[in-house]
Ligand binder design. Sequence first.
Ligand SMILES: CC(C)(COP(=O)(O)OP(=O)(O)OC[C@H]1O[C@@H](n2cnc3c(N)ncnc32)[C@H](O)[C@@H]1OP(=O)(O)O)[C@@H](O)C(=O)NCCC(=O)NCCS
Length: 124
Amino acid sequence: MRVSCGTDIIEIYRIKESIEKLGDAFLNRVFTENEIKYCESKKKQKYQHYAARFAAKEAAFKALSWKIDDKYSICWKDFEVINNKQGRPSLNIVGIKLKDIENIDVSISHCKDYAVANVTVLSK
Ligand SMILES: CC(C)(COP(=O)(O)OP(=O)(O)OC[C@H]1O[C@@H](n2cnc3c(N)ncnc32)[C@H](O)[C@@H]1OP(=O)(O)O)[C@@H](O)C(=O)NCCC(=O)NCCS
């Protein structure tokens, strides 16, 4: 068994600027349909939620980078954050097949200016 973790912090204004400047082209490149639906439901607060998902994807890459070599071309949508009914997030690997992953957990937090995410991976 191996435990690996990744963390990321991001300034929310950077994501807000990208969305305002690039619109759907940015959203559809980085976020899955489910993620967009979730963030858009947050109305005025949506940039915090988008930024948190962006941070979660970066954190997932960091946690998994030792497993990802040049043969993989990773993209943002390979990782997806989904919240359950209680609001608890989980991170799924949807676009690529990585062997021997036993479990992945993600934790997210955001405030007015920053979003942060931590991802922990348990592998064989
Ligand atoms: C759910 C809760 C933890 C969120 O914390 P917060 O400070 O309001 O907000 P944060 O910005 O730090 O975190 C928001 C993120 O928490 C995550 N979250 C929400 N509900 C969650 C849950 N049940 N379990 C784990 N994570 C949860 C989500 O990822 C959310 O972001 P998202 O909607 O973009 O996915 C908080 O509202 C809460 O209920 N706290 C309970 C406090 C308590 O009972 N304390 C006494 C015992 S320690």
